[in-house]
Design a protein around this ligand. Structure first.
Ligand SMILES: [Cu+2]
Length: 152
């Protein structure tokens, strides 16, 4: 564990610089009080520009938990048709603490159209994590965000 991350474990310091103010761009269909999504296999989230959508086909473990997580996702157009040949970027971020993850997820195209495996997403501490997908399918781009509360 990196020393700089140790401070994240407690939020008791009232004078800790408030880094709030970002996030919240996509808050539709939020389930929890903290803006967290409620995991369900097959849940679909529209992109911020409504040009592409992403379905979270399944997550292992489910619901998402601490340490390494493997997801399977499918890129779709707004009518739900799978879109092939896309490039995905995946970002993991803790908005409350202002830091990302320590490792890069591994993204692998799957055999089925529009499907990708996202392996080794490391939610290394409990709390709210935002998972942001940058999708590029030819000339069409969009961004899809999920947010899950990771338990201790
Ligand atoms: Cu943190």
């Amino acid at each position: 564990m990196l020393p700089m991350l140790a401070g994240c474990e407690d939020d008791t310091g009232g004078d800790a610089a408030s880094t709030g103010g970002q996030g919240g761009a996509g808050g539709e269909a939020a389930g929890g009080a903290s803006g967290a999504d409620t995991y369900a296999a097959g849940m679909t989230r529209a992109g911020v520009d409504a040009r592409l959508s992403l379905t979270l086909l399944d997550a292992v473990p489910a619901p998402p938990q601490r340490e390494l997580n493997d997801w399977r996702v499918r890129v779709e157009d707004p009518s739900g048709v799978a879109v092939s040949g896309c490039t995905l970027g995946v970002g993991l971020f803790m908005p409350v603490h202002g830091h990302s993850s320590t490792t890069e997820p591994v993204i692998t195209p799957a055999e089925a159209a529009g499907e990708y495996r996202i392996d080794d997403m490391n939610f290394f501490m409990p709390g709210l994590w935002e998972i942001t997908f940058d999708l590029t399918c030819g000339a069409v781009t969009d961004q899809v965000q999920f947010a899950f509360e990771i338990a201790r």
